[in-house]
Design a protein around this ligand. Sequence first.
Ligand code: IMP
Length: 183
Amino acid sequence: MESAQIADDLTNTLLTEGQIKDRLAQMARAIERDYDGQDVLLVGVLKGAVMVMADLARSLDRHVEMDWMAISSYGHGTTSSGVVRILKDLDTDISGRHVLVVEDIIDTGLTLSWLIANLRSRGPASVEICALLRKPDAVRMSVDVRYVGFDIPNEFVVGYGLDYGERYRNLRDVATLAPHVYT
Ligand code: IMP
């Protein structure tokens, strides 16, 4: 697909690559301060968090480890049930570790609240969340997100790791999709 065709699929650039980079740098400074003198394990949730993880990790001026989980959420998109299946588990034993979950976007927060409960049951020293984007519905869940990049409106967005039917993840910006893509 050529770039002109991709551009036709997008209506509005919500966040540019530069805005994301600047915000991640601010979040990285806060993380450096908060975890001063502690080991941190960054846990990325595949596949959407790949870009956030890559850029956040490189913004951090300290040692971090990285690990990944892949989960599937049943009923997501229509009625997110919160029933989750692990497709790929961590390689790391997190007991006694400071875990920072790196997420692309929190919509209802159901997936994340399940994930946090699952990670807490493994006996880590701490579990916190870092999410680039948060939608308004997330406030209804009692998920405590320590680091949030941007609060965005309740629109479906793509790019910077976020997909629609596995496409658009490789866009540098975060943008809304044109209605013709859905129909
Ligand atoms: P939640 O359980 O409703 O918070 O779902 C979060 C997951 O839904 C994210 O990790 C994304 O994979 C997906 N998601 C939610 N909103 C969007 C969006 O606007 N664009 C792309 N994916 C989204």
